[in-house]
Design a protein around this ligand. Structure first.
Ligand SMILES: Nc1ncnc2c1ncn2[C@@H]1O[C@H](COP(=O)(O)OP(=O)(O)O)[C@@H](O)[C@H]1O
Ligand SMILES: [Mg+2]
Length: 406
């Protein structure tokens, strides 16, 4: 008889789980514990070891606003189902009154408007995310601290029995579903904790580990104060999201700018590349992030200061297929400037003059201002080094001379 015993490695992950993990890490900055929680669940589900008669997982995400709680669920959906919107998302603040609960589960037969109410949570809606390989669904209850009592009752049943009874008595089976719950509870206290350092700098007197621990304790205690033990006991895991540090916000910005570049490369109008200089990035971070809202306003700042102007430049054919646009910061006007590198044409969105049929964008002070903007000639003709990346399509021959030179 052979004495040889093959050692098993229970920590080894399947290729698909490893792939999922790296894809999620590429989309989510930091929040390692949240990523881990999802990866663990996925592995258990793929192995078919999730407990029958219960949801695949009940996860509570705590932590301050704009730290990536909702984004984590969307990113996972995008990776697993091919679409970030393949989630049933319930904004708890929108279901405060009993008639609003009908929007979730439909109203009983015979009720006025019974036929018109289409419940949000149905078996069909859940299976919409199913693919040939993966029969899994995500149900997200966002900002649960705002949920009404009626919604809590529903929620408790779902977390426990993995079933939901609709208004017309049909049953929805949630045993192939991950239930995500998010809450900003304790977010204010966490911000206060971080205030010691101001900005996003680590307070000197608080080592990072201790601060992390304190953030976690603060969030969990706030949740325990607010939520009943019967709720807390039904959770498989509570994950605390940490406020994003300065460097992490820079990474989030890089990811979001990458999304914009992707959109530009997908447009039929004219694919071009852009790059944002360091001072330009600093400006966007100042505009789009802060201690209280984390990265929540970053996308808006990017839309306003990058996407709208780029759209104007495209619509007016000032940039075309194959161009490389440098986006820089102009300290004098505290705004961004757009230069087509190599051509030397500076297109400024700062000196906005009323134009025929302009797109309206909101100015920094909240007033509306007109874009597209005036085009001025940059004094220097600089040919900056091109980045390693090349446009998806070859540059088209420029048909007309730049009007800026006339
Ligand atoms: N950790 C993160 N990784 C990547 N993007 C993030 C992260 N945190 C926040 N963001 C960005 O900020 C936006 C708002 O984050 P969100 O997930 O909605 O915050 P909340 O924690 O309040 O749910 C996201 O859409 C995303 O662009
Ligand atoms: Mg959220």
């Amino acid at each position: 008889m052979s004495e040889f015993i093959l050692p098993l490695d229970p920590n080894k992950r399947s290729t698909q789980t490893v792939d999922f993990q790296s894809a999620l890490r590429a989309k989510i900055v930091g929040q390692a514990e949240g990523v881990q929680a999802l990866v663990d669940l996925y592995q258990v589900f793929c192995a078919g070891l999730n407990s029958p008669g219960r949801p695949v997982g009940n996860l509570l995400f705590l932590g301050p606003t704009g730290s990536g709680k909702t984004r984590m669920v969307e990113a996972a959906a995008q990776i697993l189902f091919g679409d970030a919107k393949s989630i049933i998302k319930v904004d708890c603040a929108e279901f405060q009154h009993s008639h609003e609960i009908a929007k979730l589960i439909g109203s009983p037969p015979g009720y006025l408007g019974h036929r018109e109410t289409h419940p949000l949570i149905t078996q069909d809606a859940l299976s919409a995310s199913h693919t040939d390989k993966l029969k899994l669904s995500f149900l997200l209850f966002d900002e649960i601290e705002k949920a009404s009592d009626a919604l809590w009752q529903l929620l408790l049943g779902m977390l426990d029995k993995a079933t939901l009874t609709l208004g017309d008595n049909r049953k929805v089976d949630l045993s192939q579903t991950v239930i995500f719950l998010t809450s900003n509870l304790g977010g204010g206290e966490i911000s206060e904790l971080m205030q010691g350092g101001m900005g996003f700098i680590q307070p000197k007197d608080k080592p990072a580990d201790l601060l992390d621990e304190k953030v976690e304790r603060t969030a969990v205690e706030a949740a325990r104060r607010k939520f009943s033990p019967e709720f807390m006991n039904r959770l498989d895991k509570v994950v605390v999201f940490h406020p994003l540090q300065r460097q992490q916000l820079e990474e989030v910005l890089a990811i979001e700018l990458g999304h914009v570049q992707q959109r530009v490369l997908e447009t039929a109008k004219g694919q071009f590349l852009f790059r944002v200089t360091e001072p330009g990035r600093e400006f966007l971070l100042r505009e789009g992030t802060d201690q209280r809202y984390g990265a929540r306003h970053l996308k808006r700042a990017i839309e306003r200061h990058v996407v709208y102007p780029l759209a104007n430049l495209l619509a007016t054919e000032q940039v075309q297929l194959g161009d490389l646009v440098r986006i820089d910061w102009d300290g004098q006007h505290n705004g961004l400037t757009f230069v087509r590198e190599g051509e030397g044409a500076l297109v400024s969105t700062l000196t906005a003059e009323p134009q025929p049929e302009p797109a309206v964008v909101e100015a920094k002070d909240g007033r509306s201002t007109n874009a597209p903007a005036e085009v001025v000639v940059e004094p220097r003709k600089s040919r900056a080094a091109l980045p390693a990346a090349t446009p998806a399509a070859a540059p088209q021959a420029r048909k007309k001379q730049d009007r800026v030179n006339s």
